[in-house]
Design a protein around this ligand. Structure first.
Ligand code: SF4
Ligand code: FES
Length: 218
């Protein structure tokens, strides 16, 4: 049984007794959407590595174990109800620069017409696998969103298509991150360990370099 199926069973029992079910977030249940964000026994997405809560299985626990489930804790993720937090602060960081502008007037250049070396393409793809779950924030003692934001900056910074707006992208996304109330990075590295997608701390280093060079240009 998966962890979310266990919560379904719990809620079925509560509803049958006439009690309120425990509210929790989920959607794809296959590690793609990033909604199923739970703090399980003190760890975002629970004790397993490189999996989301929906991919966590009850075989990771022993019979009779007490399991403590909490919502992700961060000022920038206010609790809506029970185990559901509002992660729209991530959406606003994305909206501040996580896009490229493409000419769609009929003169659009085929993406494959621009050669990109394999190493950069792979690194960009790795960064793009961030699902915006927020585990990095929940794992961080400073509730920093640096791993998330740096993944979103990196996926564009490594591609020629992303260089056009690179300066304003990194400045605007970092400004929005600070405005939302996320804390600073102190290189603890808990984010990388708890990230279900294995997003590397190298992305933070890359974002810092992008930010420095953008600030000098500004
Ligand atoms: S960097 Fe990892 S932990 Fe943070 S939001 Fe993206 S996928 Fe989730
Ligand atoms: S429900 Fe979509 S990642 Fe878990």
């Amino acid at each position: 049984m998966s962890f979310l199926e266990m919560l379904d069973v719990l809620n079925e029992g509560l509803i049958n007794k006439g009690d309120e079910p425990v509210v929790f977030d989920h959607d794809c249940r296959e590690g793609i959407c990033g909604s199923c964000s739970l703090q399980i026994n003190g760890e975002p997405h629970g004790p397993d590595r490189l999996v989301t809560t929906c991919q966590l299985h009850m075989r990771m626990f022993k019979d009779g174990d007490t399991i403590v489930i909490e919502p992700f804790r961060a000022k920038a993720f206010p609790v809506i109800k029970d185990l559901v937090v509002d992660r729209s602060s991530f959406d606003r960081i994305q909206q501040a620069g996580g896009f490229i502008s493409v000419n769609t007037s009929g003169n659009t250049i085929d993406a494959n017409a621009i050669p990109i070396n394999k190493h950069d393409a792979d690194e960009s793809f790795e960064a793009a696998t961030c699902i915006g779950c927020g585990a990095c924030v929940a794992a961080c003692k400073n509730a920093s969103a640096m791993l998330f934001t740096s993944a979103k900056v990196s996926q564009f910074a490594l591609l020629p298509q992303g260089r056009v707006e690179a300066t304003e992208r990194v400045l605007n996304m970092v400004a929005q991150m600070d405005k939302e109330g996320f804390g600073n990075c102190t290189n603890t590295g808990a984010c990388e360990i708890e990230c279900p997608k294995g997003i590397s701390l190298e992305n933070i280093a890359r974002m810092n370099r992008e930010y420095l060079s953008a600030s000098l240009k500004g």
